[in-house]
Write a protein that binds this ligand. Structure first.
Ligand code: SF4
Length: 194
């Protein structure tokens, strides 16, 4: 399934299972049930790679936290109306001609920033040209997402009001989560009035 999803992202036909015509025996007639190993975990790549048509993601050796942060960064980058590249982890393989300009190329995490070779050249060229699209940190936690939000606001792809709305929604969800178990529950602090 991952192969089909990634091929679809790169324009090699469709990855929508409803649009794929299966030749020969039907899948249902040849399907077999088997037990997964106790150590099996759902491949995290299905939450990160090939999901958004506008995002080219290049991941080298990366910890699970960088995979997770990449998924969160993609949630923001998906709002960009043109193609963007997201480079993550140790020594990810990038094509000789990356498909995005420097303004739309982002590095996530210290490993990507410290990688040598072609990536180092690209990173240095971006730095010299004044494109700080470097979302550092190990792991690249909240501070890197806040920086990404700032960059996207500066580029006109995100509005500050959207962030305020999102924060207010999270706050409501957080309250209702607790009030579901205890309707009398109230946060212990006062909301500042501006
Ligand atoms: S930057 Fe840190 S969290 Fe991310 S892949 Fe490297 S070691 Fe792991």
């Amino acid at each position: 399934m991952s192969t089909t999803r990634l091929a679809g992202h790169d324009g090699l036909g469709t990855s929508n299972p409803f649009l794929i015509e299966v030749a020969g025996e039907s899948i249902a007639s040849v399907r077999k049930q088997f037990l997964l190993p106790a150590t099996y975990t759902l491949p995290i790549d299905s939450l990160v790679t090939g999901l958004y048509p506008n995002i080219d993601i290049y991941i080298g050796g990366a910890c699970s936290t960088c995979w997770l942060m990449a998924a969160l960064a993609e949630g923001l980058l998906a709002k960009v109306p043109q193609r963007v590249s997201l480079i993550v982890g140790v020594d990810p393989k990038i094509p000789p001609q990356i498909r995005t300009d420097m303004a739309h190329t982002f590095f996530l995490g210290e490993c990507a920033l410290a990688t040598g070779g072609d990536l180092l050249e690209l990173r240095n060229a971006m730095q010299l040209a004044g494109y700080d699209r470097f979302l550092g940190g190990c792991p690249p936690y909240e501070q890197s997402l806040v920086k990404l939000e700032d960059i996207l606001i500066g580029m006109g792809y995100l509005k500050p009001e959207e962030l305020v709305e999102k924060a207010a929604k999270h706050r409501e969800d957080f309250f209702s989560y607790y009030q579901k178990y205890d309707p009398t529950w109230q946060p212990e602090y006062e909301t500042p009035q501006h």
